[in-house]
Design a protein around this ligand. Structure first.
Ligand SMILES: [Zn+2]
Length: 444
């Protein structure tokens, strides 16, 4: 009988016990094996090896049924799920919103609000596009530990749960490398189509026409056969293109006129002589000055959590209804409602500049609209999480927030002394590249 035998084996030395156990289990297997003997034979020849290796894990005081069950589990384990259930990866599809993604994945809206609170100073989660993705990491209780937003290989944001249940954020940035290429073309028909044929995208074509618009009318003044040369840089992190590009330099030969534009390291464009091509920015996007109620402070500590919670803009104590003006010409790229930032607008300007206007009462522009410097774009308010009405104004250069009150803004003035020499060296080098590429294109 198995039970007394096992009691007996407990008094035997280990090796004997193991040998006896092995023999016992083999006999049990043969007796209880459910299928025909012919099918057993290949498996049974493996049995001693499997049994001896698994037996050391068995508890000797277990009943034989339990041992049998345990052995059965060791030999025929339940198939392991192939996906790691603690990681959920979600690729953004067109039309997705964070709220929809959270409900689809079974996360609460309260949880989403906690993450949006962490995202208040970045506002990275408001514009989710195909190509972006979210990776959720869960703990043993299936609660969210962290969420990572992938924008491109050089821009990821990690939102992590803290001990108090609130989330903190961390930007994982990689500048990568910029590789430039020279594109040359001639204008036949519209500049837009000709530039597209040469390999420029819509945003780049818009930049070119904006930079030269005070000097040339693209729909009227262009002669058929006018030549242009563009040096365009593309951003890579490792082997991967991030999809970011920028125009480093342009030359346009039209009739007897030569137009040039080159990007300086301060994010502004100047012609080959160093004259500014950008209309001046307004330092303050308001009709008159208001008291600054909270200054720009990238190292601000949250008064309660003591975590760094940067203040990426300047707050002006504007009463609700104060007209807000576009700081410079540009295109509205966001009109959003955020639980913490409130109603806000983002404008893309020429060069490497963006501005944001938060806590608005009312937006007077729509997404995609072109705006001019000084145009009324909104009325200030107290939307989102605020202690009182004010305008929060942000200025970004090369996608990084800078202090709007002290930053180097385009002033429609010639190139500053600082970096002047480097600029002209770069211009000379780019002109050489353009000439060489044009010669090559003519030989083709
Ligand atoms: Zn603020």
């Amino acid at each position: 009988m198995p039970q007394p035998l096992l009691t007996l084996t407990n008094r035997l030395p280990g090796t004997h016990r193991r040998l006896l156990g092995t023999l016992l289990l083999i006999s049990l297997l043969i007796v209880f094996w459910p299928s025909s003997p012919k099918q057993q034979s290949p498996l049974l020849s493996l049995m001693p090896v499997l049994v001896s290796s698994s037996l050391s894990q068995l508890e000797p005081q277990l009943g034989w049924q339990a041992q049998w069950q345990q052995l059965n589990q060791t030999l025929f384990p339940e198939p392991e799920p192939e996906v790691d259930e603690s990681i959920v990866h979600y690729a953004i599809q067109s039309g997705d919103s964070l709220s929809r993604i959270f409900s689809r994945l079974g996360f609460s809206q309260q949880l989403m609000h906690r993450i949006m609170a962490a995202d208040q100073s970045l506002l990275a989660l408001d514009v989710l596009r195909p190509g972006h993705s979210l990776t959720f990491q869960l703990d043993d209780n299936k609660e969210l530990l962290s969420m990572e937003l992938f924008v491109h290989a050089g821009n990821r944001v990690l939102y992590q749960r803290e001990a108090d249940g609130d989330f903190s954020y961390q930007e994982l940035l990689d500048e990568g490398e910029w590789y430039s290429q020279t594109l040359v073309g001639e204008i036949h028909g519209s500049f837009y189509l000709s530039a597209q044929r040469a390999g420029l995208n819509d945003a780049e074509i818009a930049t070119v026409s904006q930079l030269f618009r005070d000097r040339i009318n693209f729909s009227r003044d262009i002669q058929a056969g006018a030549r242009f040369q563009v040096i365009r840089s593309d951003n890579y992190v490792g082997e991967e293109a991030t999809g970011q590009s920028r125009i480093e330099g342009i030359r346009l030969f039209n009739r007897r006129q030569q137009l040039t534009a080159f990007l300086h390291e301060n994010g502004q464009y100047y012609d080959a002589e160093g004259n500014s091509l950008q209309r001046a920015f307004m330092r303050i996007p308001l009709q008159r000055e208001f008291r600054i109620s909270s200054p720009f402070n990238p190292r601000r500590l949250h008064p309660v959590t003591r975590r760094v919670s940067p203040h990426n803009g300047t707050d002006f104590a504007t009463p609700t209804g104060t007209p807000v003006l576009a700081a410079a010409d540009g295109v509205v790229i966001r009109v959003e409602n955020h639980p913490f930032a409130g109603r806000y607008i983002e404008i893309q300007h020429h060069g490497q500049y963006k501005t944001r206007y938060l806590h608005l009462d009312r937006a007077l522009v729509r997404n995609g609209q072109r705006v001019e410097r000084g145009q009324r774009i909104a009325l200030s308010g107290a939307t989102g999480r605020v202690t009182g009405p004010h305008l929060h104004y942000e200025l970004h250069v090369n996608n990084r927030p800078v202090n709007p009150m002290t930053a180097n803004i385009p002033l429609a003035q010639p190139i500053p002394d600082e970096g002047r020499e480097a600029f002209f060296e770069k211009v000379a080098f780019m002109i050489q590249q353009m000439d060489e590429e044009t010669l090559l294109a003519q030989k083709r």
